[in-house]
Design a protein around this ligand. Structure first.
Ligand code: C5P
Length: 226
């Protein structure tokens, strides 16, 4: 079980100010689309310079060749983990896995199944007459068959996916809130301990840590509950 702190910052300085309060021995960090679009690869280099392993959360989704080249570009930067949309399909995911292997990269590749912001109606709008939960299961199976290392999923889905997909598959779960902390805009939240019991392997935690008075102490407190 490990913790990935979401560095949802707008600028290099903001991100490094948060990272500077964290011990890279105790957590990894996640860089998403906003921060990466502002700062580019320099933010990844700076975080590596401080000793952090980075999850580059750019959710690539394109034709197989383009996606695989983007994944390899992330691996070239030395990131620990990167992700794609499973809805890009089997060929897209398999091509990514093949290129990572061919390049001898160690970067972990995971996939997003259904965005948790999407409900049944949203899926119907894009032509999918299926419960989100069924679609998550289908795409997670496809991700595993395509040779990826895991999926991003809500903690509510973790239990079902752990049962369906076996033990050797990473389940990276956001929507985590320690007992007694603010839910912010998250609708369905789970405690770190519960997520772990349900089969999550990596907890993505943002504001409860980044906005704490003492982020590193909060990180230690959360680790102590696991
Ligand atoms: O601050 P908080 O702990 O809510 O941050 C959670 C992080 O996980 C954010 O970077 C958010 O974008 C991301 N995330 C999420 N729910 C998903 C996928 C990603 O909260 N389904």
């Amino acid at each position: 079980m490990s913790i990935i702190v979401a560095l949802d910052a707008k600028s290099h300085d903001d991100a490094m100010a948060i990272a500077g309060q964290l011990d890279p021995e105790l957590c990894r960090v996640k860089v998403g689309k906003e921060l990466f679009t502002h700062e580019g690869s320099s933010i990844v280099k700076a975080l590596h310079g401080e000793g952090f392993e980075v999850f580059l959360d750019l959710k690539f989704h394109d034709i197989p060749n383009t996606t695989a080249q983007a994944v390899c570009a992330a691996a070239d930067m030395g990131v620990w983990m990167v992700n794609v949309h499973a809805s890009g399909g089997r060929k897209m995911m398999e091509t990514c896995v093949e290129r990572l292997k061919a390049g001898n990269y160690n970067t972990q590749l995971i996939a997003v199944t259904v965005l948790t912001s999407m409900g049944r109606e949203d899926l119907a709008d894009i032509g999918l007459d299926v419960e989100p939960f069924e679609q998550v299961k289908r795409l997670a199976k496809l991700t595993k068959e395509s040779g990826l290392d895991g999926v991003v999923c809500s903690a509510q889905e973790a239990k079902m996916l752990r049962e369906t997909l076996g033990s050797e598959f990473a389940l990276v779960t956001p929507g985590i809130r320690p007992e007694g902390s603010n839910a912010d805009d998250q609708k369905r939240i789970v405690t770190p301990k519960q997520a772990m019991l349900d089969g999550s392997t990596h907890l993505v935690i943002g504001r409860p840590i980044t906005q704490a008075e003492n982020p590193n102490q909060m990180l230690k407190d959360i680790l102590a509950t696991l």
